[in-house]
Design a protein around this ligand. Structure first.
Ligand SMILES: NC(=O)C1=CN([C@@H]2O[C@H](COP(=O)(O)OP(=O)(O)OC[C@H]3O[C@@H](n4cnc5c(N)ncnc54)[C@H](OP(=O)(O)O)[C@@H]3O)[C@@H](O)[C@H]2O)C=CC1
Ligand SMILES: O=C(CO)[C@H](O)[C@H](O)COP(=O)(O)O
Length: 477
C-alpha cells in the first residue's frame, strides 16, 4: 500500500481505533481526501479494505508518509489515547512538519496538557488545536459535537472542515470556536462531567422505581420511553429505555441483571471535579456521580456490609411522576453547576467562552444531547451574564413546580434505604441557594475560635476577631 499521491490529501487522521476510523470515514464521506495512519498498520489496512469505497483515502504506513501525503499547510488530527501516547504522536509529527502546519488533538486530553502542548508547538511555528469531540462511535461517523480550542487563526482554516462534518441542528453546526488554548478541552471535560451526573441521576431513577416501586426493568424501560418526550427528551433517556428493555440471550434475564454492578471511569469526570475544586465551584452532582462509581467498585466493603434489604415503605401512588420531576430538577442543577464551572474557568483563563454557544453545540451529536439544551441556549441568549441557570425565569419556575415531588422522592428513598446521592445533593444545593442565611456563619465562628482565622460582619465593614480565650471582646483584625 505505498502512497503514490504525495501532497494531495486535504487532512489526515492518525489513530484509527473506534473514534479515529469513524472520523476519517466521516471526512471522506464529506468529500475530503483523507490521509490515514495508525501506529500498527493493521487498523489502517482494515479501514481501507472495509470502507475504502466510501471516499478518497490515502493510507500511510509511517508518520513520515502521512505528513508527505498532505497539502500544505498540513492538518493532522490525532485520535489516540490521552496522555503519554498523545505526546509521543505529537513529538513524531512535529519533527516532520513545517511552520504553519497544524496538529489537532481530538482525544480526551486534559486541558492543562493542551495548554502546554500549544505553547511548545507555537515556539516551533506550528499551530496546535485541542478539540473536544463527543458522540462516541456513531457520532464520529455521522456527525459529532466538536469543541475546538486554539487560536482564532487556526479556526479560520480548520473551522469550515470541522463544521461540515459535525452534527447539525436546525441548520446550525454543532461546532464552534470555543476559545483559545485549552478552552475546547476544558469544555469537553465539563461535558463529560455532566454526562456522569446525568447518567447517575438516570441510574438512581431506575433503582428507586425498581427497588422501592417494585417495577421490573422492562416496565421501567417503558417509563423511560414515555419520558423521552418534552423537557426530558434526550439521547441518554432514549438509550436507557433500550438498555433496560434488553434481555440477555444466554440467560433470558434482563441484561441489566447480568452486568457487573461496578461502574468504570476513564478520568474525565474525576478531572472535572478536581478542576472545580481548584476553581472553588461546587459541582456536587458531578462529584456524587464520580464517587458513586468509585463506591460501586469497593467490592470488599460492599460484600462485608451487604444485607440486600430495602426497608418497607409507603410508596406514594405518584412515584413514577415524582421521580420524573426529581430527575428533571436534579438535571437542571447538574447543568447549572457545569455551566457555572465553565464560566469560572473562562474568567480565570480569559477564554471569553459564550455559554449560549456551548448549549447550542451540545444540542446534537454529543452524548448529552437533549431538547432541554434549547432552553439553556435561550436563557444565555436572553442574559449572557446570568449568575446561574437556576435564576433564569423558565428554569426557576420549572424547578419550583418540581420541588414538592423532588422532596417526596428523596424522603421515600431515604426511608426505603435506596441511595440517591445525586437527587439528594442536587436538592441540598438548591435549598442552600434559596436560604437567606447559611450555617457558614457558624463555621466562620468556629474557625475564629480555634485558629483566630477572623470573620467579617453583616453590619459593618472590616475584619474582626473575638478574644475567645480572654474576655470575648471583639477586636479589629
Ligand atoms: N471511545 C469513545 O467513545 C470516545 C473517545 N474519545 C477519545 O478519543 C481518543 C480515541 O479514542 P478511541 O477511538 O476509543 O481509542 P482508544 O482510546 O482506545 O485508543 C486507541 C488508539 O490509540 C493508539 N495508541 C495507543 N498508544 C499509542 C502510542 N503510544 N502511540 C501511538 N498510538 C497509540 C492505538 O494504536 P494501536 O492500534 O497501534 O494500538 C489506537 O489507534 C481518546 O483520547 C478517547 O479518550 C472521545 C470521545 C468518545
Ligand atoms: O468522551 C466520551 C463521550 O463524550 C466518552 O464516552 C467518555 O470518555 C466515557 O467516559 P468514561 O469511560 O469515564 O465513562
Amino acid at each position: 500500500m505505498a502512497n503514490s499521491t504525495e501532497g494531495t490529501a486535504r487532512i489526515a487522521v492518525t489513530g484509527l481505533a473506534t473514534m479515529g476510523s469513524n472520523l476519517a470515514r466521516n471526512l471522506a464521506r464529506h468529500g475530503f481526501k483523507v490521509a490515514v495512519h495508525n501506529r500498527s498498520f493493521a487498523r489502517t489496512k482494515s479501514l481501507i479494505e472495509q470502507h475504502g469505497h466510501e471516499g478518497e483515502f490515502v493510507p500511510a504506513e509511517t508518520a513520515a508518509e502521512l505528513v508527505a501525503s498532505l497539502q500544505k499547510p498540513r492538518q493532522v488530527i490525532i485520535m489516540v489515547k490521552a496522555g503519554g501516547p498523545t505526546d509521543a504522536v505529537i513529538d513524531e509529527l512535529a519533527d516532520l512538519m513545517e511552520p504553519g502546519d497544524m496538529i489537532i488533538d481530538g482525544g480526551n486530553a486534559h486541558f492543562a496538557d493542551t495548554r502546554r502542548r500549544e505553547a511548545a508547538l507555537k515556539e516551533r511555528g506550528l499551530h496546535f488545536v485541542g478539540a473536544g469531540i463527543s458522540g462516541g462511535e456513531e457520532g464520529a461517523l455521522n456527525g459529532p459535537s466538536i469543541m475546538p480550542g486554539g487560536s482564532p487563526e487556526s479556526y479560520k482554516h480548520l473551522g469550515p472542515v470541522l463544521e461540515s462534518i459535525a452534527a447539525n441542528v436546525d441548520g446550525q453546526a454543532c461546532c464552534v470556536h470555543v476559545g483559545p488554548d485549552g478552552a475546547g478541552h476544558f469544555v469537553k471535560m465539563v461535558h463529560n462531567g455532566i454526562e456522569y451526573a446525568d447518567m447517575q441521576l438516570i441510574a438512581e431513577s431506575y433503582d428507586l422505581l425498581r427497588r422501592a416501586g417494585g417495577l421490573a426493568p422492562a416496565q421501567i424501560a417503558d417509563v423511560f420511553r414515555t419520558w423521552n418526550s418534552g423537557d426530558l427528551e434526550s439521547y441518554l433517556v432514549e438509550i436507557t429505555a433500550e438498555v433496560l428493555g434488553h434481555v440477555d440471550a444466554e440467560t433470558g434475564k434482563p441484561f441489566v441483571d447480568v452486568v457487573t454492578d461496578q461502574a468504570e471511569q476513564k478520568g474525565t469526570g474525576r478531572w472535572t471535579v478536581q478542576e472545580a475544586l481548584e476553581l472553588g465551584i461546587p459541582v456536587t452532582g458531578i462529584a456524587e456521580a464520580v464517587f458513586a462509581r468509585s463506591l460501586s467498585a469497593r467490592t470488599d466493603q460492599r460484600s462485608a456490609l451487604q444485607d440486600g434489604g430495602v426497608n418497607p415503605v409507603d410508596v406514594p401512588d405518584t412515584l413514577v411522576d415524582d421521580v420524573r420531576a426529581a430527575l428533571y430538577a436534579s438535571k437542571v442543577v447538574a447543568y447549572a453547576q457545569g455551566f457555572d464551572q465553565i464560566r469560572a474557568a473562562s474568567e480565570t483563563y480569559s477564554w471569553d467562552i459564550d455559554l449560549g454557544a456551548m448549549a447550542t453545540i451540545w444540542r446534537g451529536g454529543c452524548i448529552i444531547r437533549a431538547v432541554f439544551l434549547n432552553r439553556i441556549r435561550e436563557a444565555y441568549e436572553k442574559s449572557p451574564d446570568l449568575p446561574s441557570l437556576l435564576v433564569d425565569e423558565y428554569f426557576r419556575s420549572a424547578v419550583e413546580q418540581a420541588v414538592e415531588a423532588w422532596r417526596r422522592v428523596v424522603v421515600t428513598a431515604v426511608q426505603a434505604g435506596v441511595p440517591v446521592p445525586g437527587f439528594a445533593s442536587a436538592l441540598a444545593y438548591y435549598d442552600a441557594l434559596r436560604s437567606e442565611r447559611l450555617p457558614a456563619a457558624l463555621v466562620q465562628g468556629l474557625r475564629d475560635f480555634f485558629g483566630a482565622h477572623t470573620y467579617t460582619r453583616v453590619d459593618k465593614q472590616g475584619t474582626f476577631h473575638t478574644l475567645w480565650g480572654a474576655d470575648r471582646s471583639e477586636i479589629d483584625a
